[in-house]
Design a protein around this ligand. Structure first.
Ligand code: ADP
Ligand code: ZN
Length: 528
Protein backbone atom coordinates (compact mmCIF):
# COMPACT_ATOMS: atom_id res chain seq x y z
CA UNK A 1 0.00 0.00 0.00
CA UNK A 2 1.42 3.37 -1.01
CA UNK A 3 -0.46 6.20 0.65
CA UNK A 4 -0.85 9.09 -1.76
CA UNK A 5 -1.93 11.99 0.39
CA UNK A 6 -0.73 13.54 3.61
CA UNK A 7 -3.70 12.20 5.53
CA UNK A 8 -3.30 8.71 4.24
CA UNK A 9 0.44 8.76 5.03
CA UNK A 10 -0.36 9.70 8.62
CA UNK A 11 -2.95 7.02 8.78
CA UNK A 12 -0.72 4.34 7.30
CA UNK A 13 2.16 5.22 9.60
CA UNK A 14 -0.06 5.11 12.68
CA UNK A 15 -1.54 1.85 11.57
CA UNK A 16 1.88 0.22 11.28
CA UNK A 17 2.83 1.66 14.67
CA UNK A 18 -0.25 0.13 16.22
CA UNK A 19 -0.60 -3.13 14.34
CA UNK A 20 3.04 -4.13 14.08
CA UNK A 21 4.65 -2.53 17.13
CA UNK A 22 1.69 -2.19 19.43
CA UNK A 23 2.21 1.49 20.32
CA UNK A 24 -0.42 4.23 20.31
CA UNK A 25 1.53 7.38 19.57
CA UNK A 26 4.76 8.49 17.99
CA UNK A 27 7.42 9.92 20.24
CA UNK A 28 9.07 13.27 19.61
CA UNK A 29 9.99 13.68 15.96
CA UNK A 30 9.54 10.07 14.89
CA UNK A 31 6.65 10.81 12.54
CA UNK A 32 8.43 13.72 10.82
CA UNK A 33 11.53 11.61 10.33
CA UNK A 34 9.49 8.77 8.88
CA UNK A 35 7.75 11.20 6.55
CA UNK A 36 10.91 12.68 5.16
CA UNK A 37 12.34 9.24 4.40
CA UNK A 38 9.06 8.15 2.96
CA UNK A 39 9.19 11.10 0.61
CA UNK A 40 12.71 10.13 -0.42
CA UNK A 41 14.81 12.66 1.51
CA UNK A 42 17.90 11.82 3.56
CA UNK A 43 17.86 12.30 7.31
CA UNK A 44 20.34 12.62 10.14
CA UNK A 45 18.90 11.68 13.52
CA UNK A 46 20.54 12.57 16.84
CA UNK A 47 18.55 11.04 19.63
CA UNK A 48 19.60 9.81 23.05
CA UNK A 49 19.81 6.11 23.74
CA UNK A 50 16.35 4.76 24.41
CA UNK A 51 14.79 7.64 22.49
CA UNK A 52 13.30 5.38 19.84
CA UNK A 53 15.65 5.58 16.86
CA UNK A 54 14.86 2.14 15.47
CA UNK A 55 11.26 2.90 14.57
CA UNK A 56 12.50 5.80 12.45
CA UNK A 57 13.70 3.36 9.81
CA UNK A 58 11.69 0.26 10.70
CA UNK A 59 8.39 1.93 9.87
CA UNK A 60 9.57 3.39 6.53
CA UNK A 61 10.86 -0.09 5.77
CA UNK A 62 7.28 -1.30 5.97
CA UNK A 63 5.74 1.70 4.22
CA UNK A 64 8.17 2.00 1.32
CA UNK A 65 8.50 -0.62 -1.37
CA UNK A 66 11.81 -2.47 -1.48
CA UNK A 67 14.31 -3.69 1.04
CA UNK A 68 15.66 -1.56 3.90
CA UNK A 69 19.31 -2.29 4.58
CA UNK A 70 20.47 -1.50 8.12
CA UNK A 71 24.20 -1.06 8.71
CA UNK A 72 25.21 -1.73 12.29
CA UNK A 73 28.51 -2.68 13.89
CA UNK A 74 26.95 -4.42 16.87
CA UNK A 75 26.16 -8.02 16.10
CA UNK A 76 24.39 -8.75 19.39
CA UNK A 77 22.19 -5.74 18.89
CA UNK A 78 21.34 -6.73 15.34
CA UNK A 79 20.34 -10.19 16.48
CA UNK A 80 18.07 -8.81 19.21
CA UNK A 81 16.39 -6.42 16.83
CA UNK A 82 15.82 -9.04 14.18
CA UNK A 83 14.34 -11.39 16.75
CA UNK A 84 12.00 -8.69 18.05
CA UNK A 85 10.95 -7.78 14.50
CA UNK A 86 10.28 -11.39 13.54
CA UNK A 87 8.28 -11.73 16.72
CA UNK A 88 6.11 -8.87 15.48
CA UNK A 89 5.67 -10.60 12.15
CA UNK A 90 8.14 -8.46 10.20
CA UNK A 91 10.24 -10.14 7.51
CA UNK A 92 13.69 -9.33 8.88
CA UNK A 93 17.07 -11.06 8.74
CA UNK A 94 20.67 -10.36 9.56
CA UNK A 95 23.88 -11.27 7.77
CA UNK A 96 26.94 -11.66 9.93
CA UNK A 97 30.06 -13.73 10.14
CA UNK A 98 28.50 -16.25 12.48
CA UNK A 99 26.12 -17.58 9.81
CA UNK A 100 26.86 -20.79 7.93
CA UNK A 101 26.97 -20.58 4.12
CA UNK A 102 23.62 -22.31 3.61
CA UNK A 103 21.76 -19.89 5.81
CA UNK A 104 23.54 -17.00 4.21
CA UNK A 105 22.54 -18.19 0.75
CA UNK A 106 18.92 -18.48 1.94
CA UNK A 107 18.86 -14.93 3.21
CA UNK A 108 20.48 -13.62 0.04
CA UNK A 109 17.89 -15.40 -2.06
CA UNK A 110 15.05 -13.88 -0.03
CA UNK A 111 16.54 -10.44 -0.48
CA UNK A 112 16.77 -10.91 -4.24
CA UNK A 113 13.24 -12.26 -4.43
CA UNK A 114 11.85 -9.25 -2.58
CA UNK A 115 10.76 -11.38 0.34
CA UNK A 116 12.48 -9.32 3.02
CA UNK A 117 11.58 -5.96 4.53
CA UNK A 118 14.71 -5.43 6.60
CA UNK A 119 18.22 -6.76 6.28
CA UNK A 120 20.83 -6.01 8.96
CA UNK A 121 24.48 -6.18 7.92
CA UNK A 122 27.82 -5.37 9.48
CA UNK A 123 29.67 -2.64 7.57
CA UNK A 124 32.58 -4.84 6.53
CA UNK A 125 30.19 -7.31 4.91
CA UNK A 126 28.14 -4.61 3.23
CA UNK A 127 31.29 -3.24 1.63
CA UNK A 128 32.20 -6.49 -0.10
CA UNK A 129 31.73 -6.49 -3.87
CA UNK A 130 29.62 -9.59 -3.46
CA UNK A 131 27.14 -7.85 -1.19
CA UNK A 132 27.02 -4.62 -3.18
CA UNK A 133 26.37 -6.62 -6.33
CA UNK A 134 23.58 -8.50 -4.65
CA UNK A 135 21.98 -5.27 -3.50
CA UNK A 136 22.21 -3.85 -7.01
CA UNK A 137 20.20 -6.78 -8.24
CA UNK A 138 17.59 -6.32 -5.49
CA UNK A 139 15.07 -3.54 -5.02
CA UNK A 140 16.38 -1.28 -2.27
CA UNK A 141 14.06 1.18 -0.55
CA UNK A 142 16.26 2.67 2.15
CA UNK A 143 19.68 2.56 3.78
CA UNK A 144 19.84 3.07 7.53
CA UNK A 145 23.29 3.71 9.01
CA UNK A 146 23.12 3.06 12.73
CA UNK A 147 25.80 4.18 15.23
CA UNK A 148 26.74 6.80 12.65
CA UNK A 149 29.25 8.42 15.03
CA UNK A 150 31.56 5.51 14.19
CA UNK A 151 32.55 7.58 11.16
CA UNK A 152 34.17 10.18 13.41
CA UNK A 153 37.89 9.91 13.88
CA UNK A 154 37.57 12.10 16.95
CA UNK A 155 35.27 9.71 18.69
CA UNK A 156 36.32 6.61 20.57
CA UNK A 157 34.17 4.27 18.47
CA UNK A 158 35.88 5.07 15.19
CA UNK A 159 35.47 2.34 12.56
CA UNK A 160 37.41 2.82 9.34
CA UNK A 161 34.77 0.96 7.28
CA UNK A 162 32.30 3.72 8.04
CA UNK A 163 34.44 6.13 6.01
CA UNK A 164 33.82 3.98 2.96
CA UNK A 165 30.04 4.04 3.20
CA UNK A 166 29.91 6.85 0.68
CA UNK A 167 29.83 4.02 -1.82
CA UNK A 168 26.11 3.75 -1.02
CA UNK A 169 25.51 7.24 -2.35
CA UNK A 170 27.62 6.56 -5.43
CA UNK A 171 26.07 3.25 -6.37
CA UNK A 172 22.50 3.82 -5.16
CA UNK A 173 21.98 7.52 -5.82
CA UNK A 174 18.19 7.27 -5.83
CA UNK A 175 17.93 5.47 -2.46
CA UNK A 176 17.44 7.70 0.60
CA UNK A 177 19.77 7.27 3.60
CA UNK A 178 19.23 7.82 7.27
CA UNK A 179 22.19 8.16 9.65
CA UNK A 180 21.44 7.68 13.35
CA UNK A 181 23.43 8.19 16.51
CA UNK A 182 23.13 8.96 20.19
CA UNK A 183 26.23 11.17 20.10
CA UNK A 184 25.30 14.77 19.60
CA UNK A 185 28.31 17.03 19.90
CA UNK A 186 28.81 19.50 17.10
CA UNK A 187 32.03 18.01 15.78
CA UNK A 188 30.57 14.53 15.38
CA UNK A 189 27.46 15.98 13.82
CA UNK A 190 29.46 17.82 11.19
CA UNK A 191 31.52 14.80 10.40
CA UNK A 192 28.47 12.58 9.93
CA UNK A 193 27.03 15.17 7.58
CA UNK A 194 30.23 15.51 5.60
CA UNK A 195 31.00 11.82 5.30
CA UNK A 196 27.66 10.07 5.17
CA UNK A 197 25.27 12.70 3.83
CA UNK A 198 27.33 15.01 1.60
CA UNK A 199 24.29 15.31 -0.65
CA UNK A 200 22.30 16.87 2.19
CA UNK A 201 19.24 15.93 4.15
CA UNK A 202 17.18 16.98 7.11
CA UNK A 203 18.73 16.99 10.57
CA UNK A 204 16.63 16.01 13.56
CA UNK A 205 17.98 16.66 17.03
CA UNK A 206 15.97 15.34 19.93
CA UNK A 207 16.36 16.69 23.42
CA UNK A 208 19.04 14.83 25.31
CA UNK A 209 17.47 15.58 28.64
CA UNK A 210 16.61 12.59 30.79
CA UNK A 211 14.48 14.33 33.40
CA UNK A 212 13.94 11.22 35.52
CA UNK A 213 17.67 10.74 36.12
CA UNK A 214 19.03 12.38 39.25
CA UNK A 215 22.69 13.40 38.90
CA UNK A 216 25.09 13.33 41.81
CA UNK A 217 28.87 13.69 42.00
CA UNK A 218 30.67 13.38 45.33
CA UNK A 219 34.19 13.54 46.61
CA UNK A 220 35.90 10.18 46.71
CA UNK A 221 36.96 8.81 50.08
CA UNK A 222 36.72 5.08 50.54
CA UNK A 223 34.84 4.52 47.30
CA UNK A 224 33.63 1.01 48.02
CA UNK A 225 32.16 1.95 51.37
CA UNK A 226 30.56 5.02 49.88
CA UNK A 227 29.01 2.84 47.21
CA UNK A 228 27.71 0.36 49.76
CA UNK A 229 26.14 3.13 51.81
CA UNK A 230 24.56 4.58 48.71
CA UNK A 231 23.05 1.22 47.70
CA UNK A 232 21.90 0.38 51.20
CA UNK A 233 20.32 3.76 51.83
CA UNK A 234 18.63 4.20 48.49
CA UNK A 235 18.65 1.09 46.34
CA UNK A 236 18.12 -2.05 48.36
CA UNK A 237 16.76 -4.71 46.02
CA UNK A 238 17.26 -2.59 42.91
CA UNK A 239 19.08 -3.45 39.70
CA UNK A 240 22.08 -1.28 39.03
CA UNK A 241 25.32 -0.96 37.12
CA UNK A 242 28.63 0.04 38.73
CA UNK A 243 31.38 1.14 36.35
CA UNK A 244 35.07 0.75 37.22
CA UNK A 245 38.17 1.39 35.16
CA UNK A 246 40.00 -1.90 35.66
CA UNK A 247 38.97 -5.53 35.40
CA UNK A 248 40.54 -6.32 38.74
CA UNK A 249 38.52 -3.64 40.43
CA UNK A 250 35.23 -4.89 39.00
CA UNK A 251 35.97 -8.29 40.52
CA UNK A 252 37.05 -7.06 43.94
CA UNK A 253 34.11 -4.65 44.12
CA UNK A 254 31.59 -7.33 43.14
CA UNK A 255 33.07 -9.62 45.78
CA UNK A 256 32.93 -6.91 48.39
CA UNK A 257 29.29 -6.05 47.63
CA UNK A 258 28.30 -9.72 47.72
CA UNK A 259 30.05 -10.20 51.06
CA UNK A 260 28.03 -7.29 52.38
CA UNK A 261 24.75 -8.81 51.27
CA UNK A 262 24.29 -6.95 47.97
CA UNK A 263 23.99 -9.50 45.13
CA UNK A 264 26.63 -8.49 42.57
CA UNK A 265 28.55 -10.03 39.66
CA UNK A 266 31.52 -8.73 37.67
CA UNK A 267 31.53 -8.17 33.92
CA UNK A 268 34.54 -7.39 31.75
CA UNK A 269 36.14 -8.42 28.48
CA UNK A 270 38.65 -10.69 30.24
CA UNK A 271 36.00 -13.12 31.49
CA UNK A 272 35.35 -16.15 29.33
CA UNK A 273 32.36 -15.94 27.01
CA UNK A 274 30.22 -18.29 28.99
CA UNK A 275 30.59 -16.45 32.28
CA UNK A 276 30.00 -13.13 30.60
CA UNK A 277 26.89 -14.36 28.88
CA UNK A 278 25.66 -15.89 32.12
CA UNK A 279 26.15 -12.69 34.12
CA UNK A 280 24.44 -10.64 31.45
CA UNK A 281 21.47 -13.03 31.36
CA UNK A 282 21.18 -12.90 35.13
CA UNK A 283 21.23 -9.13 35.07
CA UNK A 284 18.51 -8.99 32.45
CA UNK A 285 16.20 -11.48 34.11
CA UNK A 286 16.84 -11.33 37.85
CA UNK A 287 15.58 -8.58 40.04
CA UNK A 288 17.93 -6.61 42.23
CA UNK A 289 21.25 -7.74 40.77
CA UNK A 290 24.17 -5.31 40.56
CA UNK A 291 26.66 -5.68 37.70
CA UNK A 292 30.10 -4.29 38.40
CA UNK A 293 31.56 -3.69 34.98
CA UNK A 294 34.12 -2.07 32.78
CA UNK A 295 32.89 -0.09 29.78
CA UNK A 296 32.67 -3.41 27.94
CA UNK A 297 29.24 -3.75 29.50
CA UNK A 298 26.20 -1.96 28.25
CA UNK A 299 26.30 -1.70 24.47
CA UNK A 300 22.92 -3.01 23.47
CA UNK A 301 21.73 -3.75 27.00
CA UNK A 302 18.08 -2.79 27.03
CA UNK A 303 16.86 -3.30 30.57
CA UNK A 304 14.17 -0.75 31.38
CA UNK A 305 14.27 -0.86 35.18
CA UNK A 306 17.92 -0.15 35.99
CA UNK A 307 17.50 2.13 39.02
CA UNK A 308 21.06 3.39 39.36
CA UNK A 309 24.34 3.70 37.50
CA UNK A 310 27.38 4.33 39.69
CA UNK A 311 30.88 5.39 38.65
CA UNK A 312 33.73 4.46 40.96
CA UNK A 313 36.22 5.84 38.45
CA UNK A 314 35.99 8.72 36.03
CA UNK A 315 34.49 7.88 32.66
CA UNK A 316 36.48 8.94 29.60
CA UNK A 317 34.35 11.87 28.59
CA UNK A 318 30.99 13.53 29.02
CA UNK A 319 29.67 11.49 26.08
CA UNK A 320 30.74 8.29 27.81
CA UNK A 321 29.24 9.46 31.09
CA UNK A 322 26.01 10.35 29.38
CA UNK A 323 25.84 7.01 27.54
CA UNK A 324 26.65 5.02 30.63
CA UNK A 325 24.30 6.85 32.99
CA UNK A 326 21.68 6.78 30.24
CA UNK A 327 21.21 3.08 30.90
CA UNK A 328 19.39 4.00 34.10
CA UNK A 329 15.67 4.63 34.17
CA UNK A 330 14.70 3.78 30.62
CA UNK A 331 11.22 3.04 31.94
CA UNK A 332 10.86 6.71 32.83
CA UNK A 333 10.71 6.05 36.59
CA UNK A 334 13.09 7.89 38.93
CA UNK A 335 16.70 6.69 38.65
CA UNK A 336 20.08 7.89 39.87
CA UNK A 337 23.45 8.59 38.32
CA UNK A 338 26.00 8.56 41.14
CA UNK A 339 29.72 9.18 40.89
CA UNK A 340 32.62 9.71 43.26
CA UNK A 341 35.81 11.30 42.07
CA UNK A 342 39.04 12.72 43.42
CA UNK A 343 42.42 14.10 42.48
CA UNK A 344 43.81 10.61 42.00
CA UNK A 345 41.33 9.96 39.19
CA UNK A 346 42.54 12.93 37.26
CA UNK A 347 46.13 11.68 37.47
CA UNK A 348 45.09 8.22 36.49
CA UNK A 349 43.13 9.26 33.43
CA UNK A 350 45.94 11.58 32.32
CA UNK A 351 48.44 8.82 32.72
CA UNK A 352 46.35 6.48 30.64
CA UNK A 353 46.07 9.15 28.01
CA UNK A 354 49.82 9.67 27.99
CA UNK A 355 50.49 5.96 27.65
CA UNK A 356 47.73 5.23 25.15
CA UNK A 357 50.05 5.53 22.16
CA UNK A 358 47.54 7.79 20.46
CA UNK A 359 49.00 10.42 18.17
CA UNK A 360 49.31 14.07 19.17
CA UNK A 361 46.04 15.00 17.48
CA UNK A 362 44.02 12.35 19.22
CA UNK A 363 45.61 13.04 22.59
CA UNK A 364 44.68 16.67 22.32
CA UNK A 365 41.07 15.76 21.54
CA UNK A 366 40.99 13.37 24.47
CA UNK A 367 42.47 15.96 26.80
CA UNK A 368 39.79 18.43 25.80
CA UNK A 369 37.14 15.84 26.45
CA UNK A 370 38.60 15.09 29.85
CA UNK A 371 38.65 18.78 30.71
CA UNK A 372 34.98 19.14 29.87
CA UNK A 373 34.25 16.19 32.11
CA UNK A 374 36.24 17.70 34.99
CA UNK A 375 34.33 20.94 34.61
CA UNK A 376 31.15 18.92 34.94
CA UNK A 377 32.46 17.23 38.11
CA UNK A 378 33.43 20.54 39.70
CA UNK A 379 30.37 22.46 38.55
CA UNK A 380 28.66 24.52 41.23
CA UNK A 381 25.52 25.11 39.19
CA UNK A 382 22.89 22.78 37.80
CA UNK A 383 24.53 19.61 36.45
CA UNK A 384 21.78 19.00 33.92
CA UNK A 385 22.48 22.41 32.43
CA UNK A 386 26.19 21.62 32.09
CA UNK A 387 25.48 18.26 30.49
CA UNK A 388 22.96 19.57 28.00
CA UNK A 389 25.10 22.59 27.10
CA UNK A 390 27.82 20.18 26.16
CA UNK A 391 25.44 18.67 23.64
CA UNK A 392 24.57 22.12 22.33
CA UNK A 393 21.22 22.28 24.07
CA UNK A 394 20.10 25.26 26.13
CA UNK A 395 18.65 24.60 29.58
CA UNK A 396 17.67 27.23 32.11
CA UNK A 397 19.23 25.34 35.01
CA UNK A 398 17.55 24.82 38.32
CA UNK A 399 16.36 21.36 37.29
CA UNK A 400 15.57 20.46 40.88
CA UNK A 401 16.83 16.94 40.26
CA UNK A 402 20.59 17.12 40.73
CA UNK A 403 22.79 17.44 43.83
CA UNK A 404 23.74 21.04 43.12
CA UNK A 405 20.13 22.14 42.66
CA UNK A 406 18.92 20.38 45.78
CA UNK A 407 21.85 21.34 47.96
CA UNK A 408 23.65 24.30 46.42
CA UNK A 409 27.37 23.96 47.15
CA UNK A 410 28.96 26.64 49.27
CA UNK A 411 31.74 28.55 47.62
CA UNK A 412 34.56 30.57 49.09
CA UNK A 413 36.95 33.21 47.82
CA UNK A 414 40.07 31.19 47.13
CA UNK A 415 41.99 33.86 45.26
CA UNK A 416 44.78 34.18 47.82
CA UNK A 417 45.03 30.48 48.51
CA UNK A 418 45.14 29.72 44.81
CA UNK A 419 48.05 32.14 44.36
CA UNK A 420 49.93 30.54 47.23
CA UNK A 421 49.38 27.09 45.77
CA UNK A 422 50.46 28.17 42.29
CA UNK A 423 53.65 29.82 43.50
CA UNK A 424 54.46 26.81 45.62
CA UNK A 425 54.10 24.58 42.56
CA UNK A 426 56.43 26.94 40.72
CA UNK A 427 59.05 27.18 43.50
CA UNK A 428 59.25 23.43 43.95
CA UNK A 429 60.11 23.05 40.27
CA UNK A 430 56.80 21.83 38.79
CA UNK A 431 57.69 18.21 39.35
CA UNK A 432 55.77 17.23 42.47
CA UNK A 433 52.30 15.99 43.23
CA UNK A 434 49.64 17.30 45.56
CA UNK A 435 50.96 15.59 48.70
CA UNK A 436 54.40 17.16 48.49
CA UNK A 437 53.10 20.57 47.50
CA UNK A 438 50.68 20.47 50.43
CA UNK A 439 53.47 19.53 52.85
CA UNK A 440 55.52 22.52 51.70
CA UNK A 441 52.54 24.86 51.94
CA UNK A 442 51.75 23.65 55.44
CA UNK A 443 55.35 23.71 56.56
CA UNK A 444 55.48 20.02 57.37
CA UNK A 445 58.94 18.76 56.83
CA UNK A 446 60.11 15.21 56.19
CA UNK A 447 63.39 13.61 55.10
CA UNK A 448 62.81 13.93 51.41
CA UNK A 449 61.52 17.45 51.71
CA UNK A 450 64.54 18.69 53.66
CA UNK A 451 66.94 16.79 51.42
CA UNK A 452 65.44 18.70 48.50
CA UNK A 453 65.89 21.89 50.48
CA UNK A 454 62.22 22.71 50.11
CA UNK A 455 62.05 23.82 53.74
CA UNK A 456 64.22 26.75 52.68
CA UNK A 457 61.79 27.97 50.04
CA UNK A 458 59.88 31.21 50.49
CA UNK A 459 56.64 29.28 50.10
CA UNK A 460 57.46 26.87 52.93
CA UNK A 461 54.75 27.17 55.58
CA UNK A 462 52.76 29.96 53.95
CA UNK A 463 49.59 27.87 54.07
CA UNK A 464 49.13 26.91 57.70
CA UNK A 465 45.72 28.54 57.68
CA UNK A 466 44.11 25.70 55.74
CA UNK A 467 43.77 21.98 56.40
CA UNK A 468 45.46 19.35 54.31
CA UNK A 469 42.10 18.37 52.87
CA UNK A 470 41.37 21.92 51.83
CA UNK A 471 44.73 22.23 50.08
CA UNK A 472 44.00 19.04 48.21
CA UNK A 473 40.65 20.47 47.28
CA UNK A 474 42.29 23.68 46.04
CA UNK A 475 44.85 21.79 43.97
CA UNK A 476 42.24 19.45 42.53
CA UNK A 477 40.03 22.32 41.47
CA UNK A 478 42.94 24.30 40.04
CA UNK A 479 43.71 21.23 37.98
CA UNK A 480 40.10 20.70 36.99
CA UNK A 481 39.67 24.33 35.97
CA UNK A 482 42.83 24.28 33.89
CA UNK A 483 45.06 26.57 36.00
CA UNK A 484 47.30 23.64 36.71
CA UNK A 485 48.13 20.71 34.51
CA UNK A 486 49.73 17.41 35.28
CA UNK A 487 53.04 16.58 33.62
CA UNK A 488 52.63 15.13 30.14
CA UNK A 489 54.48 11.93 31.08
CA UNK A 490 51.74 11.15 33.53
CA UNK A 491 53.90 10.91 36.69
CA UNK A 492 51.46 13.05 38.60
CA UNK A 493 53.68 16.13 38.82
CA UNK A 494 51.78 19.41 38.89
CA UNK A 495 52.73 22.17 36.47
CA UNK A 496 51.48 25.67 35.85
CA UNK A 497 49.14 25.95 32.91
CA UNK A 498 49.12 29.12 30.78
CA UNK A 499 45.72 30.13 32.16
CA UNK A 500 47.15 30.65 35.66
CA UNK A 501 48.82 33.91 34.62
CA UNK A 502 45.67 35.96 35.15
CA UNK A 503 45.44 34.64 38.70
CA UNK A 504 49.10 35.20 39.53
CA UNK A 505 49.05 38.72 38.14
CA UNK A 506 45.98 39.54 40.20
CA UNK A 507 43.87 40.18 37.10
CA UNK A 508 41.28 37.65 38.13
CA UNK A 509 39.85 36.20 41.30
CA UNK A 510 38.80 32.66 41.98
CA UNK A 511 35.88 31.20 43.82
CA UNK A 512 35.99 27.49 44.63
CA UNK A 513 33.47 25.04 45.96
CA UNK A 514 33.65 23.76 49.50
CA UNK A 515 33.99 20.02 49.44
CA UNK A 516 31.53 17.91 51.29
CA UNK A 517 33.77 15.35 52.89
CA UNK A 518 32.57 11.80 52.39
CA UNK A 519 33.22 10.30 55.82
CA UNK A 520 32.08 12.98 58.22
CA UNK A 521 29.79 14.70 55.72
CA UNK A 522 31.00 18.01 57.07
CA UNK A 523 32.24 20.95 55.09
CA UNK A 524 35.95 21.55 54.98
CA UNK A 525 37.59 24.42 56.78
CA UNK A 526 37.77 27.63 54.85
CA UNK A 527 39.95 30.65 54.86
CA UNK A 528 37.08 33.08 55.14
P1 ADP B 1 17.37 3.79 20.61
O1 ADP B 1 17.74 2.95 19.42
O2 ADP B 1 17.18 5.23 20.27
O3 ADP B 1 18.26 3.59 21.78
P2 ADP B 1 15.04 2.13 20.63
O4 ADP B 1 14.68 2.30 19.21
O5 ADP B 1 15.70 0.85 21.03
O6 ADP B 1 15.93 3.34 21.10
O7 ADP B 1 13.75 2.39 21.51
C1 ADP B 1 13.82 2.35 22.91
C2 ADP B 1 12.54 1.77 23.47
O8 ADP B 1 11.45 2.66 23.27
C3 ADP B 1 12.18 0.46 22.81
O9 ADP B 1 11.73 -0.43 23.80
C4 ADP B 1 11.08 0.86 21.85
O10 ADP B 1 10.22 -0.20 21.56
C5 ADP B 1 10.38 1.97 22.60
N1 ADP B 1 9.68 2.92 21.72
C6 ADP B 1 10.17 3.52 20.61
N2 ADP B 1 9.25 4.33 20.05
C7 ADP B 1 8.15 4.24 20.82
C8 ADP B 1 6.84 4.85 20.77
N3 ADP B 1 6.51 5.70 19.80
N4 ADP B 1 5.95 4.52 21.74
C9 ADP B 1 6.31 3.65 22.72
N5 ADP B 1 7.50 3.05 22.81
C10 ADP B 1 8.42 3.34 21.89
ZN1 ZN C 1 19.97 20.72 38.46
Amino acid sequence: TRPATEASFDQAAHQVLRDVFGYDAFRGQQLEIIRSLFEGRNAMVLMPTGGGKSLCYQIPALLRPGLTVVVSPLIALMRDQVEALQHNGVRAACLNSSLDPVMRRDIEQSALAGELDLLYVAPERLLTENMLGLLERSEIGLFAIDEAHCVSQWGHDFRPEYMKLDVLRQRFPQVPRIALTATADQRTREEIGRQLLPDGGETYVASFDRPNIHYRVGLKGNAREQLLTFIRERHTGHSGIVYCMSRKRTESTAEYLSSQGVPAVPYHAGLDNETRQHHQERFLHEEGLVVVATVAFGMGIDKPDVRFVAHLDLPKSIEAYYQETGRAGRDGEPAEAWMVYGLQDVYQVRQMLAQSGADEHQQKAERERLEALLAFCEATGCRRQVLLRYFGEEHDGGCGNCDNCLQPPKTWDATDSARKALSCVYRTGQRFGATHVTDVLMGRTNDRLSRLGHDQLSTFGIGTDLSKQTWHSVLRQLLAHGYLQSDPEGHGGLQLAPACRTLLKGEAGLSLREDILPAARKTSGTST
